[in-house]
Design a protein around this ligand. Structure first.
Ligand code: CP
Length: 329
């Protein structure tokens, strides 16, 4: 695989290769000297046209741990402000010798458009989607998968561990690229995925939004359920993933009152009692504290995997850069 834009067509063997590679980098990251020479001489450019804390910094750290040279693009201080187009910006980075472009943009399709342009130019540049509009956020879903599988078996994280586990995703599904990528990965792993949220924040034409069995999808059967009420969705869940209300992507009529949202859909200790004992809670961040999840629960290591997700992000992004950068250890 030359570019990673979407998880829709990811094969089970590819998920396991990413998980196993991330596990070996996690071991490297636990050593005193955390740097390996794998991508020495390669250039990784972080082209983030939309704000980010976790994804941008963990891609940068991952690239540095692999000894690549890194370039960081900041739209506000770039020649984008003088009218340079996105494709011309990408071509400028290509001309500087970039090998891997990590792209985030508020419009769906931008990473694919840059990947197509790089292929048209017969460059060998790889493109990694770091979140495009409401479409996909593959590296986030992979780090979520790695976090969950590492809870189930810290030594050998693999997707088979998720067979018949119940994972409930709660919140603003409609605007969430994280939800969409997670639906692909979790259902490919054989998990039962339950989505719950206010009707205004669930996709209307669900079959169009995420086809149950996409024609070229390698997975023949995906277990996916939709709920307007959170309680049935939480019943006997093994993992709960709560999502940020993406207010920046909402038109006024979709915006729920935050207090009402927390009352109806917020993840609290009381609601977690509906889940299986040992349930763990994830959130991709950034969190609206006290809205999607109660503040004390967010900080409780007995339940919350939020910090572990951020830590996993570095190992997963090292794995992705290594695998598409063709690094040799
Ligand atoms: N989860 C995530 O994408 O966070 P950032 O926007 O901080 O990168």
């Amino acid at each position: 695989r030359h570019h990673i834009i979407s998880l829709a067509n990811f094969l089970p063997a590819e998920y396991n290769m990413v998980l196993q590679t991330a596990a070996s980098f996690q071991e490297v990251l636990s050593r005193r000297v955390k740097k390996v020479p794998t991508l020495q001489g390669q250039v990784v450019a972080n082209l983030f046209f939309e704000p980010s804390t976790r994804t941008r910094n963990s891609f940068e750290l991952a690239a540095k741990r692999l000894s690549a040279d890194t370039l960081n693009f900041a739209p506000a201080t770039s020649s984008l402000t003088k009218g340079e187009t996105i494709l011309d910006t990408a071509k400028t980075y290509l001309a500087m010798g970039t090998n891997i472009m990590v792209i985030r943009h508020r419009e769906a399709g931008v990473p694919q458009a840059i990947a197509d342009e790089m292929d048209r130019l017969e460059s060998r540049v790889s493109v990694l989607n770091a979140g495009d509009g409401q479409h996909e956020h593959p590296s986030q879903a992979l780090l979520d998968l790695f976090t969950i599988c590492s809870v189930l078996d810290p030594k050998q994280p693999k997707i088979e561990l998720l067979q018949n586990k119940k994972v409930t995703i709660v919140g603003d599904i409609l605007h969430s690229r994280v939800a969409r990528s997670n639906i692909w990965s979790l259902t490919a792993a054989g998990a039962e995925v339950h989505l719950a949220g206010p009707p205004t924040l669930l996709p209307k034409l669900f079959a169009d939004w995420i086809p149950e069995n996409q024609e070229d999808s390698p997975i023949t059967e995906r277990k996916l359920f939709l709920h307007w009420d959170v309680e049935p969705a939480l019943k006997d869940a093994d993992f709960v993933m709560t999502l940020r209300l993406q207010r920046e992507r909402m038109t006024q009529h979709l915006l729920p009152s935050l207090r009402e949202y927390h009352q109806k859909y917020g993840i609290t200790r009381t609601r977690l009692k509906l889940c299986k004992s040992g349930v763990r809670v994830l959130h991709p961040g950034p969190v609206n504290r006290g809205v999607e999840i109660s503040s004390d629960l967010m900080d409780d290591p007995e339940f919350s995997l939020i910090s572990q997700q951020v830590t996993s992000g570095v190992a997963i992004r090292m794995a992705l850069l290594y695998l598409i950068g063709g690094g040799k250890s």
